[in-house]
Design a protein around this ligand. Structure first.
Ligand code: BDR
Ligand code: CA
Length: 311
């Protein structure tokens, strides 16, 4: 199986990504889970990651706590979407498993130095702070990373936290710029893809029909998470962002995109955190990311449901 580290700020959709990975041990070897401040402060994201592990019978997983705040800016959170805890919707016991003593950034560095070069993939589901800190502290790890697959950005689709910026990039744009400038192969799942993945009633009903505890918790999380879009935009369901990263590793053929240049706006107050995607290759700047744009939505939800049923 492919070795991955999941860097995350759970978040109901982060939880869905973790569950998809846990349900896929033949394809994915999760070396560790690193947490970052994002949707909610770090103490909550670390708690939530462990709740998801224990819900799925994965209490032996290793969870490492990372950055409490972005590289240069104050933390912006999204309780208005995810609820006060970040994982509102399902009532679950507080976790009993402990976080590891080692800092997430050191775990990332140590793991990349230990494992064979080009074998470890980093999956980033929140702000890029931990990975940027690791790259800054230990530049030698960059050529050792197989790929960074991130949920972040939005180009034709625009932003979800400002008209120009997607939340994960907006929270720590400097970190995103470090990652995109690192020379590591990056695959990006922007809002252009995730907004095609609505948790419609029909899709959620299929997950509910699984009938297991994890599936039931997931249904309650999704119903909480999607209320925001349903109320604000009148859509049937809300967009499911973070599991795209794991789904891509399992079934890359579900996604289509383009290898092109992406730069992050760091200056303008109006557009800070914008992912400037050179889709038409007009800038002459070197390609640094594969930016996805299309997804087979039914195929994606079929995969999700089939895998959740294994938990
Ligand atoms: C991203 O922001 C968070 O709210 C979600 O967990 C996802 O990672 C979507 O913009
Ligand atoms: Ca997230």
């Amino acid at each position: 199986p492919r070795k991955i580290i999941i860097d995350t700020d759970p978040g109901q959709d982060d939880a869905a990504a973790l569950m998809l990975a846990f349900a896929s041990p033949d394809e994915l070897d999760v070396l560790g889970i690193t947490t970052v401040a994002g949707n909610v402060p770090l103490s909550f994201t670390s708690r939530n990651a462990r709740i998801v592990c224990e819900l799925c019978g994965q209490g032996e997983r290793r969870v490492f706590e990372g950055a409490t705040h972005p590289l240069k800016r104050s933390l912006v959170t999204a309780e208005y979407i995810h609820g006060k805890t970040g994982l509102d919707g399902a009532v679950l016991p507080e976790p009993t498993m402990k976080v590891e003593a080692q800092h997430a950034v050191d775990f990332i560095i140590e793991t990349l130095r230990r494992e064979a070069e080009g074998t470890v993939t980093l999956c980033t589901l929140g702000p890029q702070t931990n990975v940027a800190l690791a790259l800054q502290k230990a530049p030698d790890i960059a050529p050792r990373i197989r790929e960074i697959v991130m949920m972040g950005g939005g180009f034709f689709e625009g932003g979800n936290i400002t008209p120009a910026a997607e939340f994960n990039i907006y929270v720590d744009p400097e970190a995103a710029a470090v990652v995109l400038g690192s020379g590591v192969p990056v695959t990006m799942m922007p809002l252009d893809v995730t907004h095609q993945l609505l948790t419609t009633k029909a899709r959620v009903a299929k997950i509910a029909a699984i009938g297991s505890k994890p599936a039931q918790a997931m249904v309650e999380w999704l119903q909480f998470f999607e209320r925001f879009d349903e109320e604000k935009y009148g859509s049937d369901g809300g967009p499911l962002h973070d599991p795209t990263v794991i789904a891509y590793l399992l079934k890359p053929e579900l996604f289509q995109g383009r290898h092109c240049n992406v730069e992050i706006e760091l200056q303008s107050e109006l557009t800070v955190g914008m992912t400037v995607v050179d889709w038409w290759r007009v800038s002459g700047r070197e390609a640094n990311a594969t930016v996805m744009r299309h997804v087979d939505a039914d195929g994606f939800f079929a995969l999700l449901t089939e895998r959740f049923a294994r938990l």
